[in-house]
Design a protein around this ligand. Structure first.
Ligand SMILES: Nc1ncnc2c1ncn2[C@@H]1O[C@H](COP(=O)(O)OP(=O)(O)OP(=O)(O)O)[C@@H](O)[C@H]1O
Length: 413
């Protein structure tokens, strides 16, 4: 067997190694043996179910050289917990892979390591309440009991946030009824409508996809900006499945640009209005408070956009499971996050079957299948460089703080 192929096989095995120590031990043995049979024996002794060799793609010499830097298989929690500067962790991925469980367990672990923490669900189909076995549905921060430092949880209610925003913008008035009457009398009623409201009401009635998420994030920013919440040094987001989340992350840019255009239009139209006003000797209207609201939203969006892209302040953790479909989606998610310049370092592969002690054929086949999928991560250009963390499938449902603590101790090492 050629040394490149042997090296490639070793790389594939190392991808399944349960710890850095194991990987190192395998590398040491590999360098001594340089022999396929003994390598397979070594691999099996480490309980790897190796894929048939024909399934393992030959690596380019460049990729083979990466063997010399074995992959970390621990989350590096020490790094995540270090420092008192506020950090945001966003957990996201395909539906049902365990995002909420991983986010809630991380929040519990931060709180138990001295960080006052907030965990926020931006998924319209919330399951944070189920995960903590506590009602968190009120749209306000709720304290979570049973942890060492303050931990608060919040399920964002996008509908409620949208309603609040709509009320605020409507309440602040547009161009004013007087002006509308005047323009109506001149047959310019339609223009007056657009002028006054910037079609904001219409925008909120039939929002473009993702506006809910953007408003939800703007709501989150209120918590984040408020002095009252300064003490919280870790904010964990349990995000919605991939599509929603990508929209959420790209929206601050989109809205910033759109609102910018709307503001320009507003200014242009406002000067037209002043001309009408001076011709008909009407009183100068007060400052348009509605446009202030829009400008505030724009500023908030810009802040969120910058925050999401700051590697010292934010990290997006991709959660997945060892199936071809989930890994493919994670790969696309990482590509999109990179495009958006969102920092990503870690990939959690959840629900990995532990080696079976019994002779359960289903378990053995399932695990073998999962190991093959794990190997594909090594050859995925989007995922290969992420820190791979494996979380075992456990035989109980993860609900309540003690269970989340148990899960957190398995994942966040
Ligand atoms: N490692 C695990 N072992 C056993 N059960 C798990 C594991 N991870 C998650 N689960 C269970 O899987 C189910 C779905 O988990 P969770 O709600 O965390 O996923 P999710 O990705 O947030 O789902 P959704 O996309 O629907 O919000 C829950 O019942 C949870 O207890």
């Amino acid at each position: 067997m050629g040394s490149r192929r042997l090296a490639s096989f070793s790389l594939a095995c190392i991808s399944g190694a349960s710890s850095r120590k194991t990987s190192m031990a395998m590398l040491a043995l590999f360098s001594k043996s340089q022999n396929y049979t003994s390598l397979c024996r070594i691999a099996r002794s480490f309980e790897f179910v190796s894929a048939p060799l024909y399934r393992i793609p030959l690596k380019s010499p460049f990729q083979v050289r990466s063997i010399s830097t074995p992959r970390e298989t621990v989350a590096g929690f020490d790094e995540m917990v270090a420092g008192t500067q506020r950090k945001h962790y966003m957990l996201g991925g395909k539906g049902g892979v365990g995002k909420t469980s991983c986010a809630a367990s991380l929040a519990v672990k931060f709180a138990n390591h001295g960080h006052p923490t907030i965990v926020i669900s931006t998924d319209p189909a919330h399951s944070l309440s189920d995960s903590f076995a506590q009602d968190l549905s009120g749209g306000t921060l709720v304290p979570v009991e049973g942890v060492d430092s303050p931990l608060f949880a919040l399920e964002i209610n996008p509908e409620k946030a949208r309603e609040e925003f709509r009320t605020a913008s409507q309440g602040s008035g547009g161009s004013g009824d007087g002006m509308k009457d005047l323009m109506d009398s001149m047959g310019l009623g339609m223009l007056a409508d657009q002028l006054g409201e910037l079609k904001l009401g219409e925008l909120l009635d039939t929002p473009p996809p993702g506006l809910d998420e953007a408003i939800a994030i703007s709501k989150v920013m209120q918590f984040v900006e408020s002095q009252q919440y300064n003490m919280f040094t870790r904010i964990v987001f349990d995000t919605a499945p991939t599509g929603h989340t990508l929209r959420l992350l790209s929206l601050p840019d989109f809205l910033d640009a759109s609102i910018g255009k709307m503001m320009k239009l507003k200014k242009k139209l406002a000067s037209t209005t002043s001309a009408f006003k001076s011709v008909f000797g009407k009183e100068k209207k007060q400052q348009d408070v509605a446009s202030d609201k829009v400008e505030q939203l724009r500023e908030r969006m810009a802040k969120v956009r910058d925050l999401f892209r700051d590697p010292d302040a934010t990290e997006f953790v991709i959660v997945t499971i060892p199936t071809v479909m989930a890994i493919s989606e994670s790969s696309r998610l990482h590509a999109s996050l990179r495009k958006e310049c969102i920092p990503v370092q870690r990939l959690i592969v959840n629900q990995v079957l532990p080696p079976s002690a019994s002779d359960c054929k289903f378990c053995a086949m399932k695990r073998k299948d999962q190991m093959r999928v794990l190997e594909t991560i090594m050859s995925d250009p989007q995922l290969a460089n992420l820190r791979l963390v494996q979380a075992p499938l456990v035989d109980v449902e993860i609900r309540g703080v003690p269970a989340l603590k148990f899960m957190g101790d398995m994942i966040w090492k």
